[in-house]
Write a protein that binds this ligand. Structure first.
Ligand SMILES: NC(=O)c1ccc[n+]([C@@H]2O[C@H](COP(=O)([O-])OP(=O)(O)OC[C@H]3O[C@@H](n4cnc5c(N)ncnc54)[C@H](O)[C@@H]3O)[C@@H](O)[C@H]2O)c1
Length: 370
């Protein structure tokens, strides 16, 4: 079988395959086709892929004419290629951004796997694109904040006096939040964090940050280790309890998410405006609507002297490391299909069942585990 990788939009600098994985895919019995210029975003010439054994094709039509499996970091619009039918798509698809594109894939009889639907189980860890990208986003969020913040992060004792460390609050201590905490600590900030899952406390404290126990009776651990949505009454209590904590910090990083839902609005307009002028907020939940009422996804705003940054696809700003992680994640997923040199879609596999959105054009959502 042939695996094809094409160039995404110009703003997408990450890649799902690197030359070292072309070799590994061949060992699984897969040939690799690469659209010309794929590696430009990380300064990789076509020759690097060729030397690893990939074949370079001139454009997307040529790629789809030959590939059996397409790897992608977005849901592709296959209606532009009506002749491409019955193929397999594997991707970090963010399908909610383009629901109509799923219809086209269905009409054209594609089988579609969305890696963001992977179950958070030990066997799937090496394929976990969400964790890979969340770790990078958490790291970069703190750097963005540090650059925007007009002061230093660590305490500095100098001949000209002592400078106070920045105070950082991280709301949501999942993969991104924990990496944000670790990064802010490395930069010397005084870090506090808050989460609704009690299990987060130990992880926060192990990174040397203080866990804010604002509402000890509000515990919202849901299925699969994720948070459950809060009731309206719980949300109101949370917003009120967080307001004072938010007003005291210099940098706020928000990462709170509930799977399959828009991001919870945790930081009210009033709470944001109580921060000191010169403070910085990075809303990492911007892609799913944001944790701040004022967030406009993709935009940076100045609100009464407070900078609110709401980045989209932050991992794409670290394209080499993001690609290294994604290439490993995609390879491990592809390895699931391959058994003893043959390549078959084992639909009964727990991981494949959870990630499969379409099977030969037919929606499978109802058959997926909850
Ligand atoms: N393979 C694995 O075993 C594996 C891999 C990655 C993550 N995990 C686990 O999965 C869980 C989710 O991690 P994630 O980073 O994907 O989470 P996520 O991106 O879904 O959410 C980010 C954080 O926001 C928190 N949150 C949600 N609503 C909130 C609210 N109203 N107020 C404050 N915080 C709120 C969540 O508890 C979570 O910690 C964690 O327990 C993590 O350890 C397991």
């Amino acid at each position: 079988m042939r695996v094809g990788v094409w160039r995404e939009t110009p703003s997408e600098r990450r890649l799902p395959v690197l030359p070292e994985y072309v070799l590994k895919l061949q060992q699984l019995g897969l040939q690799v086709l690469i659209e010309r210029g794929l590696g430009e975003s990380i300064f990789l010439p076509d020759e690097a892929y060729q030397q690893a054994g990939a074949r370079i094709v001139p454009d997307k039509s040529a790629l789809l004419a030959e590939a059996d499996i397409l790897l992608s970091l977005e849901t592709p619009d296959v209606s532009r290629f009506p002749q491409a039918t019955g193929k397999v798509l594997i991707g970090h698809l963010n399908i909610w951004r383009h629901p109509k594109r799923l219809d086209a894939l269905s009409k054209q009889g594609w089988t579609v796997f969305a890696l963001e639907k992977l179950p958070r189980i030990t066997r799937a860890q090496s394929m976990d694109v969400l964790s890979s990208m969340a770790a990078l986003a958490g790291y970069k969020a703190v750097l963005l904040a540090a650059v925007e913040y007009g002061r230093v992060m660590p305490m500095l004792t100098t001949a000209a006096g002592t400078l106070a460390p920045a105070r950082v609050l991280v709301i949501g201590a999942g993969v991104a939040g924990l990496q944000a905490i670790a990064t802010a600590r490395r930069l010397g900030a005084r870090v506090e964090a808050y989460d609704v899952r009690p299990a987060a406390r130990e992880q926060v404290e192990s990174l040397g940050a203080k866990f804010l126990d604002l509402l000890p009776d509000l515990k919202a651990e849901g299925a699969g280790g994720y948070a459950r949505p809060l009731t309206e009454e719980e949300q109101a209590r949370q917003k009120a309890a967080l307001e004072n904590a938010i007003a005291e910090v210099d940098i706020l990083i928000t990462t709170a998410a509930v799977p399959g839902r828009p991001a919870p609005k945790i930081v009210t307009s009033q709470a944001l405006r109580r921060m000191k002028p010169g403070s910085v907020v990075v809303d990492l939940a911007a892609e799913t609507g944001g944790n701040c009422e004022d967030t406009i996804p993709g935009q940076t705003q100045s609100i009464q002297g407070i900078t609110l940054i709401a980045p989209i696809n932050l991992p794409s700003t670290l394209p080499l490391h993001a690609s290294q992680m994604l290439a490993r994640n995609f390879y491990e997923f592809l390895r699931l299909f391959s058994r003893e040199g043959t390549f078959t879609l084992h639909r009964d596999d727990e991981i494949l069942a959870a990630t499969c959105l379409l099977w030969q054009g037919q929606p499978t959502e109802t058959k997926q585990p909850a």
